[in-house]
Design a protein. Structure first.
Length: 209
């Protein structure tokens, strides 16, 4: 997917946006995660393997750094990015406005709505000629959760953007993600470093680079 947002010039952050049960149902902070579960370690996030899940590392051409994780599951694609955030305030309210503005400049449209994680954006994004024979646009859901000192952004495309059953499966996948903020000082809105996976013994999750 190509919807990576560089949040370098956002306005000041506001109140946190997260489900009331985030601490017990996810997405989790590293301190809240079950330490014995066989997570795939991707640096800034950990993914719980499950049948039918494929991981894709999205690499920035110039720096060769991993800038996003793509998760293919249940006929859907979930792209995730973890960012550093202030301890007592959140980023999602401002980032939603930034996303809506960027998509509008691309000729697309966004509709705000309340979802299972709180406010989200449903976007209709133009598709370049030759990329999609079925039409000239595609639907995507932009979701976000503010955690302790981090913000996790997700983009859902495919069946999870249009079909309730598929949406529930990919939402559960997003819930299971663990964010590893670490103790290194980072400016708010900086991407928490991601890396090639380190998979515990017994865990299986196909990975494409």
């Amino acid at each position: 997917m190509s919807d990576i947002v560089n949040p370098d010039e956002f306005p000041e952050p506001q109140d946190k946006s997260a489900p009331e049960d985030r601490e017990t149902e996810g997405p989790f902070d590293e301190a809240e995660a079950n330490p014995v579960r066989p997570y795939v370690d991707l640096g800034g996030i950990k993914i719980l393997p499950r049948e039918g899940l494929h991981l894709r590392l999205e690499i920035e051409e110039g720096s060769k750094r991993v800038v996003a994780i793509g998760l293919d599951f249940a006929g859907s694609t979930l792209q995730v990015q973890p960012f550093a955030a202030p301890r007592s305030s959140g980023l999602w309210h401002e980032i939603r406005d930034q996303i809506a503005d960027q998509i509008g400049k691309q000729g697309g449209t966004t509709t705000p709505r309340e979802g299972p994680f709180g406010p989200e954006l449903v976007a209709e994004i133009p598709v370049a000629a030759g990329q999609d024979a079925a039409g000239s646009s595609r639907l995507a859901r932009f979701i976000g959760v503010d955690g302790p000192r981090w913000f996790l952004r997700g983009v859902i495309a495919g069946e999870g953007a249009i079909d309730p059953e598929a949406a529930a499966q990919v939402e559960d996948l997003f819930r299971s993600i663990v964010v590893v903020r670490g103790s290194t000082p980072m400016p708010p809105r900086d991407l928490i470093p991601l890396r090639m996976p380190s998979t515990p013994s017994g865990a299986t999750a196909p990975v494409d680079v």
